[in-house]
Design a protein around this ligand. Structure first.
Ligand code: ATP
Length: 133
């Protein structure tokens, strides 16, 4: 079976660069499975795990929003932040989750703060999911 190069890059670092058989991402319009020789495409991504299949193994990466660009020769995910399971600080994600939940449950606040807390909650849940917690 053929493979393609998957790169996951954040403003801070290159998180991932490996050959993959298939990836499954959550685009704004729903789940997308990408196989080798997929037509070129660019799509925004939701805050969600990216599933990477290679041989018999499946890896999960917490991708916290960004874009996926499917090119002829490779797939590039430009993420706002992204972590491998082993790099996730579970305690930090738990505190971020609690903080966000408190804000969302608190007294009235402006819409921007609410939206920010919702996004922070999604990032925390994504990290806990990928870390298996
Ligand atoms: P926090 O409120 O804990 O800072 P956040 O969602 O606001 O979380 P981001 O702005 O998404 O954090 O990320 C800032 C940097 O910190 C990125 O490099 C990201 O990979 C890293 N990071 C954030 N949370 C965690 C975590 N729980 N474990 C490991 N790295 C994390």
């Amino acid at each position: 079976m053929s493979t393609f190069l998957l790169e996951i890059v954040t403003p801070e670092r290159k998180v991932y660069a490996e050959e993959a058989d298939m990836i499954v991402v959550k685009g704004v319009a729903g789940e997308l499975g990408i196989l080798p020789n997929h037509i070129p495409l660019v799509t925004p991504l939701k805050i969600a795990p990216v599933k990477i299949k290679k041989g018999n193994s499946t890896e999960l990466i917490a991708v916290n929003g960004g874009f996926m660009e499917v090119r002829k020769d490779k797939v590039v995910i430009l993420a706002e932040s992204a972590e491998l399971p082993a790099d996730i600080d579970v305690e930090r994600a738990r505190s971020a989750k609690e903080r966000a939940e408190k804000r969302l449950g608190g007294s009235k606040q402006d819409e921007l703060d609410f939206r920010r807390a919702e996004m922070a909650l999604q990032r925390a849940l994504n990290r806990l999911d990928v870390a298996g917690k």
